[in-house]
Design a protein around this ligand. Structure first.
Ligand SMILES: N[C@@H](CCC(=O)N[C@@H](CS)C(=O)NCC(=O)O)C(=O)O
Length: 206
């Protein structure tokens, strides 16, 4: 197996789907966490050395790649969790792109500095946008709790990580009544590598 070094801020964020995938696939890697956050000196020094001025990055035997989904897709292929056929792989991409589209809406609320506006946007999100997102994804998940085929793929893991972010940022259980989606969550958390990581991972706010 190549040597892997994953670099991100000291948060779950966009690196957590990658960390969960490594846990599920038994991939060993160095989990580097840049201290001081996005405004810190450590990041100011590292940023110009990254391919697109953003994290996460993954160093694979000395070659650096960025973009969270590209990183996950690569590792998922390495451990057979990308989908069994080209069509399955496209479906996994579709799910992850869909999660990302919705995620961008949450990120814009997350980054907003106006607390009053933020609360209004969160309310709208909880009442309208979140339910419509989950309604769509409930139909995309199987009754067995997989988005692709009949085994765990990076699409299930990405969704799981995203729901984790939602429950921290938006508070509460937004998945009540979504039978298939709860099965997806159960399948991911029951994976032995993931169950171990969830118990041991560093505690961070997001
Ligand atoms: N599309 C990229 C987005 C990466 C991104 O937005 N990274 C943020 C942290 S979540 C970042 O590095 N921000 C610091 C900066 O832009 O200086 C991905 O999915 O990896």
């Amino acid at each position: 197996m190549p040597s892997y070094k994953l670099t991100y801020f000291d948060a779950r964020g966009r690196a957590e789907p990658v960390r969960l995938l490594c846990a599920a696939g038994g991939i060993e890697y160095e989990d580097v966490r840049v201290g001081g956050g996005m405004e810190g000196e450590q990041w100011a020094e590292l940023k110009p050395k990254t391919p697109m001025g953003q994290l996460p990055i993954l160093e694979v035997d000395g070659t650096i790649i960025c973009q969270g989904k590209a990183i996950s897709r690569l590792l998922a292929k390495e451990v057979g969790m990308a989908g069994k056929t080209n069509l399955d792989q496209a479906r996994a991409d579709m799910i992850c792109d869909g999660v990302d589209d919705f995620g961008m809406k949450l990120v814009s609320i997350f980054m907003d500095k106006d607390e009053k506006k933020k609360e209004e946007m969160k309310k709208e999100m909880t009442e309208k946008t979140l339910p419509s997102f989950f309604d769509l994804f409930e139909k995309l998940a199987s009754a067995e709790g997989y988005f692709v085929g009949n085994s765990l793929t990076w699409a299930d893991i990405n969704f799981f990580a995203f729901v984790g972010f939602i429950s921290t940022f938006m508070q509460g259980d937004h998945l009540q009544g979504y039978v298939n989606l709860n099965k997806v969550m159960g399948n991911v958390s029951a994976n032995p590598g993931i169950a171990k990581w969830l118990k041991e991972r560093p505690v961070t706010q997001f």
